[in-house]
Every structure is written in structure tokens, then in C-alpha cells.
Design a protein around this ligand. Structure first.
Ligand code: ZN
Length: 758
């Protein structure tokens, strides 16, 4: 999945940056994952005659220099448009391969006389890949915001051929040879700018890592291992899903659901009903509790019955660990394969391979940061636990606080200290006010003007707004974006994300366009959309990704905006923007009661701010623990062929990283999909890495004084001219240094989390 994701990026297919719930989803390219097989659905196929008509007038095939007519696109347009773009791309690509393979007809590649140049290879690929990736991007966007059975059927049918076509681009030997030749020819190479060099170098590295440069037996072995790894990772996540699904706890006694909020009771009654208990109601039961995240969280946080919590906890931490659903042998084999593939590619361990394309320079750098954060977070976590024990005792709890008690008493303590209801807050966060505040902040910090441009282009739903961004000083038009702010459960996916409609590119003559998608409550009658604080924060977050996408000044598509930004640096602008939600003067500009205009009461604001750092020590060491385990088992400290199991490593590291050790039978790793079936292997640390930078970047403003208007403007412009402008065109360490004048320091993150000594 990671490789696929990367190749789509290099070919101009944009990444989607999502944030939902409490976890930051760094990169979610789920739409591109091949899965479920691809049956054909007659509803989405067309006869030949229809096909040609649909190609001529197809809104998905409009000229690429205009925005699509979203309102006109229907599922029927998908297959003919995508098929036609797909065929075109294949043909053009095969022509390109011929040219690259043999620049002088009849002569072998090695003795060519014509030098490859950048335009001939990289720009040619950008032009060839764009039409299909753009149309397919629109289809994927509509899958998220205007889903239907017909659209899904068309998508499912086309997904495999589209992915295969892009895959063949990424594994093309002629392209690889041409890219390598570009780098080797001093005369050509010295003419390229930094961004162009980075594009070529990362493309070579990605292709190398996918095995293109290998030959003979090695190649065969590598391909075999790659297939086996893909298969194992699918099995891994299926086992987690299956074992999660297999567990059920049926409850009939109302005493046993005491403490649960009504919404959770309703969820559990609905589940019982689904399983055949026809008369199940939220109030009277029966209730069925499962192991999926919302059910697990609700139970661990709220249910009074301690035995039930224990039972659920034990089931949760031993998912995928028995019989034919046991992931332990799969983990062993996955790690062996990763090790072997790395050896073939010339890396000493999987961690080195992972870090070769990240901002962090070495395993040691990641370990040093982890250690520094641990030093501060661990004592805080111990203190938090002691506090929690004391609090639990004050609530009548006897005995030792166990793992299944921590969340429950933690939640009671949080309620006692910082309780405020979302309902109380919402009237202060009307979407139009929040947008005005956000755009005002962008103007103040980055010198840009954002204007409403509704009606200038078609949208997929009447609620969608369209905006244009101008440079405040020069008046130049820079970019535009769609904002799809409200939830539509019937056809729109939950969560929030930023996606690229198209990116900046000189050769394609394009300015960036972004989709910002949220799931707020729609306006009712003459009441505007009222947001929760979390939703406000999320909007700022996605807008931060959007800014990096839209304010880029890199003219080369493959490194413009969020493209080619190292994985561990991509959350910098987004998390940076979140910081402003805790800056009182910024919040005061937009947090006004929508009816009375009265400002958000200071007590409420202080509670929000304090609640942010509740148990931040325990939260921090938990993340550090996951990151440390991930790095350890992928580094050369661990031998996947030896006797020591990953669970041995888990329990050893737990001595350092936990305040209550895991149960001996804990098999958390068996369900750690991020690193065994997602793209985070030897990369889980990225969450903290980016957080350090985003906090430190905000620290630059704090040091100068958030009320020092002149300094704020100056630093804001520097942020725009570095982080937001240079995107993936320069190494993130250089970009960051250009902004901050030094390397990132974890001090600000510790201070913001309430973990510094001051
Ligand atoms: Zn994000």
C-alpha cells in the first residue's frame, strides 16, 4: 500500500490528508487500495453507441484548464471517461518508453547520442499521467462526498485497471534508466534546480525500492517476497477484523449498563436488534457490546461494572492471537521478509530503508527525540497515575487500580475538573463567524485575501462553497478551494480531510485547487451551522494542509504543495494552524454568540485550554511506547530470525514506557495495523516528530510576543515563504531551518503539553 501510494504521488495523483476523531490520519489513500475483487456491475457499463456519445459530451473529459462541471457529473460518465483516459495514457506511455529506451532508432540504450533532459522524462510523465489521475481523483472525491450504489459499482470496476496502469509506470525499466542517466550526466544535472533534483532523486529511490533496478534471480526473489508481503498484510488486517467481529458481550440486566451515556445504550441496543433481539431498546435492552472502537471506548470510559470492563479489556488486547486468526506467525514472517528485501536493496535494516525517504536522518535521531520527550513525560505520567489513584479512592474505589480502571476513573476526574458541554459552546462557533476569523488570521499572518466566489463554478451539492485566494499586496490570483462543510450522512463519508483537486504545475499551466471537507451540523432554519470546538480545530487543521497546497511557489508538479513532502513533515502546517485555536485574541475575533454577539466567556475558554493537557504525560508515553516498539523491531537491534519474539521486546520496553505494565498475555502488536498492514512501519514516530515541529513553529510567534503585531506579521510571512511556499521542493530540514534559523526543538511541545519544568 505504501509503495502504491508513493507511486501515485510521483505520478501526480494527489494525497489526501485526513483528520478524524482523535487520531491524525496522516495519509489515507484507501480509495486506491485494491481489494474486494472487482466484479462487473451492469448498471455502470454502457453499450458501444452510448459509450461514444458519453465520451464526446462527458463532463469528466472537459478541458483540464477549466474546473469540472460537478453538478453535471453522473455515475454513467465514469466508465467511459476513465476508460478513455486510461487507454490514452497507456498509448502515450508506451510511446514514451520507446523513445526513452532507444533515443536513436536502431541503437541500444547504452550507446545513445541524444542526452535525456528533464522535460523529456519527468515533464513528459507529468503530462501523460495527469488526465487520468485528475479524472480518477474526481471520481474518488465524489465517492467521499456524493456516494451512490451506481458510483461505487463504477469505481469498483475501474479501480484495478487504473492502479495497474499506474503501477506499470512506476516499474518501467526505460523510465528508471532515463532517470538514472539524468542524474549521471553532469551537464544536465547541474542545470536543474533543487526541486527538480529532489524530484528525480526521490523517483529513483522509490523505483529502486520497488525493485526496478534488480536483475535475474535477485529480481525474481524480490518480486516473490513483495507478493508474499502484500498477501500477509491483507491477512493481518483480515484477522484483526474477524477477531474483532467475533467477540460479543450480551447484556440483559439494566444494572450492568449503568454509567453509559444514552447514545451508547442506543448503539448497543441497535446491535442487539441486528442480532435478532427484535424488541431491544436503549432503555430496557438487551444490549450487545462489541470490540469495535466506538463500543470499546464508550464501555471503558463509562460502564460502572468493573467485571465487564475487565472482560472487554482482556478481549481487546488479545485480538488476533488464537488459532487460525493468530497474527503472531504473520508478524514474524512479515519482519523476516522486510529484512530480506532490505538486504537485497542494500539497506542494513528496514528502519534505514524507511528513514531514507523521511525527514529524520537516522534511527539514532528518532531515538534521541524519543528519549528527550520520555525524560519529561515519564515523571508526569507517574504523577498523573498517583493523582488518579487518589481520586479513585475518594470515589470509594478499593484495591489496586488496574488497566481497565484507568480510562474509567480518568474520565470521571476529567469531568469533575473541566466539564463543559458541547451544547454550551456551540452557539459561540457559528461557521460563518469561524470562517471570517480563520480567513482574517490567514490575512494577518500570510498576507493573503480570501474571497467568496460562489456561482463562479459548479459544485456537487448546493451547500458547497467556493473561494478564491489572492495575494494581498500584489493582488495576484493564487489558488482556489471548495469548502464542503456540512455532514450528509446519506451520501458523504464522515471525518474531515483536505484533498487536492489539482496542484500547481508550470508545464500543465495550472494553479492549485483544493477540496476542504468537514462534517459539521448543517444550518437549521435561520440558525447557522454551529460547530463544536473540536470541529473548529479540525477546520483549522485541514485549512493548514490546504495552505501548503495552495500557497506553493514550486513550479514543478511533483514537488509542488504537499507533493514530495517527507511523511514525517507533512503534518507541520496543519498542526501549526491548530495552535491558533488556543490563542485567546484569535479566538475572541470569531467566538461570538450567534444571537447576542456576546464573546466566549473566559471561564469556558480556560477550561478548553486546560482540558487539552489532561493526562498529557500518560498520553505522551503511550505514543512514545508505540513508536519505540515499531522502531526497535525494524532496526538492526532485532533479529526476526532469532528466538526473541516481538512480545519479548514489547514487555522489555514496557518496563520503561508504561506506568502500569501490560498483562503478560497482552498481544497489542497482533492488532497494530499501522505498522503491519498500513504504511507506518518504522514511521510511527512521525506523529510526534511533526508535533515537535508544529509546536516549535508556533513557538517562534510566542517568543516574539503574540501581541506584537509587527513581529507576528513578519514571522507569518516567513512561514509562508518557507514552509508553505517550498513544500516538497527542498529537504524539510532546510525548509525548517530557513523558517526558524535552527533545527526544531521539543521545548515548545513540552511546554504546550504542560510537561516542561518552567
Ligand atoms: Zn492532517
Amino acid at each position: 500500500m505504501l509503495q502504491l501510494f508513493i507511486l501515485l504521488i510521483v505520478l501526480g495523483v494527489m494525497m489526501r490528508l485526513a483528520k478524524s476523531g482523535k487520531t491524525l490520519g496522516l495519509l489515507s489513500m484507501s480509495s486506491f487500495i485494491v481489494g474486494k475483487g472487482s466484479q462487473s456491475h451492469s448498471s455502470a457499463s454502457c453499450s458501444k453507441l452510448q459509450m461514444s456519445t458519453l465520451v464526446d459530451t462527458n463532463p469528466l473529459l472537459r478541458p483540464k484548464n477549466v474546473l469540472p462541471n460537478y453538478a453535471d457529473i453522473t455515475p454513467e460518465h465514469v466508465e467511459p471517461a476513465v476508460t478513455s483516459e486510461l487507454e490514452k495514457m497507456k498509448k502515450e506511455f508506451s510511446n514514451l518508453e520507446q523513445i526513452l529506451d532507444n533515443p536513436q532508432k536502431g541503437e541500444p540504450w547504452q550507446s545513445r547520442r541524444i542526452e535525456y533532459d528533464y522535460a523529456m522524462v519527468v515533464e513528459a510523465l507529468e503530462k501523460i499521467g495527469f488526465p487520468l489521475s485528475h479524472s480518477w481523483g474526481i471520481v474518488n472525491h465524489l465517492m467521499g462526498v456524493k456516494n451512490s450504489d451506481e458510483l461505487r459499482a463504477a469505481h469498483e470496476k475501474l479501480q484495478k485497471p487504473v492502479i495497474e496502469a499506474f503501477q506499470s509506470l512506476s516499474q518501467s525499466a526505460p523510465v528508471f534508466k532515463a532517470l538514472t542517466a539524468l542524474k549521471q550526466r553532469q551537464s544536465v544535472w547541474s542545470e536543474l534546480d533543487v526541486a527538480q533534483k529532489r524530484i528525480v532523486e526521490s523517483a529513483i529511490r522509490r523505483m529502486e525500492n520497488s525493485g526496478v533496478g534488480l536483475e535475474g534471480v535477485e529480481k525474481e526473489k524480490f518480486n516473490q517476497l513483495q507478493l508474499e508481503a502484500a498477501d500477509l498484510s491483507t491477512k493481518f488486517s483480515n484477522n484483526v477484523l474477524d477477531s474483532t467481529k467475533a467477540f460479543k458481550m450480551e447484556i440483559t440486566d439494566p444494572k450492568d449498563v449503568e454509567g453509559l451515556p444514552d447514545s451508547a445504550k442506543a448503539m448497543f441496543a441497535a446491535k442487539a436488534k441486528e442480532d435478532g433481539a427484535e424488541g431491544a431498546t436503549a432503555e430496557a435492552g438487551p444490549w450487545t457490546i462489541t470490540l469495535d472502537a466506538p463500543a470499546y471506548i464508550a464501555t471503558m470510559y463509562h460502564i460502572k461494572n468493573r467485571d465487564l470492563r475487565e472482560k472487554l479489556y482482556r478481549a481487546f488486547v488479545t485480538r488476533a492471537s488464537v488459532g487460525d486468526k493468530d497474527n503472531a506467525p504473520l508478524i514474524k514472517r512479515i519482519l523476516q521478509i522486510r529484512k530480506e528485501m532490505c538486504t537485497i536493496l542494500g539497506y542494513s535494516c528496514h528502519a534505514d530503508k524507511s528513514l531514507a525517504s523521511k525527514m529524520a536522518g537516522s534511527v539514532k535521531e528518532v531515538e534521541d527525540l524519543t528519549e528527550m520527550l520520555w525524560q519529561k513525560a515519564y515523571p508526569a505520567a507517574q504523577k498523573e497515575l498517583a493523582e488518579l489513584r487518589e481520586f479513585a479512592a475518594s470515589q470509594g474505589f478499593n484495591g489496586d487500580l488496574q488497566l481497565w480502571d484507568v480510562a474509567y476513573y480518568g474520565e470521571r476526574l476529567r469531568e469533575q475538573r473541566y466539564e463543559f458541554s458541547e451544547e454550551e459552546l456551540k452557539p459561540y462557533f457559528a461557521l460563518p463567524n469561524v470562517l471570517e476569523g480563520l480567513f482574517g488570521l490567514a490575512n494577518r499572518l500570510f498576507g493573503i485575501r480570501i474571497e467568496k466566489a460562489d456561482g463562479e463554478t459548479q459544485v456537487w451539492n448546493n451547500d458547497v462553497q467556493y473561494f478564491k485566494i489572492f495575494d494581498d499586496k500584489t493582488g495576484d490570483f493564487l489558488a482556489s478551494f471548495y469548502l464542503d462543510a456540512y455532514s450528509r450522512p446519506a451520501d458523504k463519508r464522515g471525518g474531515a480531510w483536505m484533498d487536492a483537486e489539482r496542484g500547481a504545475s508550470k508545464v500543465l499551466d495550472m494553479k492549485p485547487v483544493a477540496y476542504l471537507t468537514c462534517n459539521g451540523s448543517p444550518p437549521v432554519g435561520d440558525k447557522p451551522s454551529l460547530m463544536t470546538f473540536r470541529e473548529v480545530e479540525t477546520l483549522f487543521h485541514e485549512f493548514g494542509h490546504g495552505l501548503q497546497h495552495m500557497l506553493t511557489r514550486v513550479p514543478h508538479g511533483d514537488a509542488a504543495g504537499i507533493n514530495n513532502v517527507e511523511w514525517d513533515a507533512v503534518e507541520l502546517p496543519s498542526q501549526f494552524m491548530e495552535n491558533w485555536c488556543y490563542d485567546k485574541p484569535t479566538v475572541d475575533k470569531f467566538a461570538k454568540h450567534y444571537e447576542t454577539g456576546e464573546p466566549l466567556p473566559i471561564e469556558l475558554f480556560n477550561k478548553i485550554k486546560a482540558a487539552k493537557n489532561f493526562q498529557s504525560g500518560m498520553g505522551m508515553i503511550r505514543q512514545l511506547f508505540f513508536g519505540a516498539m515499531d522502531m526497535y523491531i525494524h532496526s538492526d537491534k532485532y533479529d526476526p530470525n532469532g528466538d526473541r519474539t516481538v512480545f519479548d521486546v514489547q514487555h522489555e520496553l514496557a518496563k520503561k514506557y508504561t506506568v502500569i505494565p501490560p498483562l503478560p498475555e497482552d498481544r497489542f502488536l497482533n492488532a497494530f495495523g499501522h505498522i503491519f498492514s498500513g504504511g507506518y512501519s518504522a514511521g510511527y514516530y512521525s506523529y510526534k516528530w511533526a508535533e515537535v515541529m508544529s509546536a516549535d513553529a508556533f513557538g517562534a510567534f510566542e517568543e516574539a510576543g503574540l501581541d506584537n503585531e509587527e513581529a507576528v506579521k513578519e514571522i507569518g510571512m516567513r512561514f509562508r515563504n518557507t514552509v508553505l511556499s517550498k513544500g516538497g521542493g527542498e529537504h524539510p530540514s532546510d525548509v525548517y531551518k530557513a523558517f526558524r534559523g535552527r533545527d526544531p526543538s521539543p521545548e515548545a511541545l513540552l511546554r504546550h503539553s504542560g510537561l516542561s519544568d518552567e
